[in-house]
Design a protein around this ligand. Structure first.
Ligand SMILES: [Fe+2]
Length: 307
């Protein structure tokens, strides 16, 4: 369950309202790499986590902190929008160039939709999207994604901070920057611990590693003129088995030219007849084929037949 405390995690008071800056500020709230994304990402990872104890608790602790960051940012936004005009006349704008600039650059949805409040959108007004989050159920994959999210989030916070002189905004962002610095390390240490405690084979995800193409796992494929072969990814050793990497020219490893079968005539696909006449097939045909496959499998299971 979740509880609410009236106090914010950190003060969110700008020195003065700034509707123009508020429009930009939306990016670190509801953008792809904003606080809403890390909040939902960590909460879903935590709720789905099947390792009770320190891992699940850590993910949910940070997810809960991120709710607090979303809260701080929404309060900051509403305060930045204080006094932002909800109506104006061309006359007023013409008489006051500053007002005209504010009106011109203001996010109209702040005036029209949210009544001077924050919106769950990015700086361009795109609604926050659940597709931004990664919650795979695999803690190694999740933690790697989280470290990257904190990195991008910190960069954006820095860039936003450089766009204002407001000491109040900067004071809050100094706190946010610090949390992103700390959180990146939290996930990096988390990855290290997952490996040390046997929850991951190595620092990289390797499901089905026992039958993956072992050759291809050690090769850097390079293009003519590329200097990429100078990097450790080409000259170092695999973190999985310690075997050396090598460089090879990027080339076809097969003679398969990707030629497609003759198309269903009812799809009116441009076709030269080179693969023979096409067979009619549609959704019903697909379902019939699927049913046939199932029947064959059942038959084989009963008769012990193997194809
Ligand atoms: Fe945050």
């Amino acid at each position: 369950m979740y509880r609410h405390t009236r106090e914010l995690q950190f003060t969110a008071k700008p020195e003065k309202p700034d509707a123009l800056f508020a429009a930009k500020f939306q990016e670190i709230l509801g953008g792809q790499f904003g606080e809403m994304t890390v909040m939902m990402q960590y909460l879903f990872q935590g709720w789905n986590c099947r390792v009770p104890g320190k891992y699940k608790d850590m993910i949910l602790d940070i997810g809960t902190e991120e709710i607090s960051h979303v809260e701080m940012l929404t309060v900051m936004l509403a305060r930045l929008l204080e006094g932002a005009p909800g109506e104006t006349t061309e006359k007023a704008a013409a008489a006051n160039p500053v007002l005209a600039a504010v009106l011109g650059g203001q996010n109209p949805q702040h005036a029209i939709v949210s009544g001077g409040g924050a919106r769950p959108t990015d700086s361009q007004g795109n609604p926050w999207n659940a597709g931004y989050i990664i919650a795979s159920g695999n803690l190694l994959t999740d933690f790697r994604s989280n470290a990257a999210a904190e990195g991008q989030s910190r960069l954006m916070t820095s860039r936003i901070a450089n766009m204002t002189d407001d000491r109040g905004v900067k004071e809050m962002l100094a706190f946010n920057l610090a949390r992103d610095t700390y959180h990146q390390q939290q996930w990096m240490y988390g990855i290290q611990m997952l490996v040390e405690e046997g929850f991951a084979e190595s620092e990289i995800e390797r499901s089905n590693g026992d039958w993956e193409d072992a050759e291809a796992a050690h090769v850097f494929y390079t293009n003519e003129g590329s200097r990429a072969g100078e990097g450790l990814w080409a000259t170092g050793n695999s973190v999985v088995d310690g075997q050396p990497f090598r460089t090879e020219p990027l080339r076809p490893l097969t003679d398969d030219q990707g030629i497609l079968p003759a198309p269903d005539p009812l799809q009116y696909v441009t076709y030269d007849g080179s693969q023979g006449p096409g067979k009619p097939g549609n959704a019903v045909g697909g379902a019939v084929q699927q049913a046939e496959n199932v029947v064959t499998k059942v038959k084989d299971a009963i008769t012990g037949d193997k194809h």
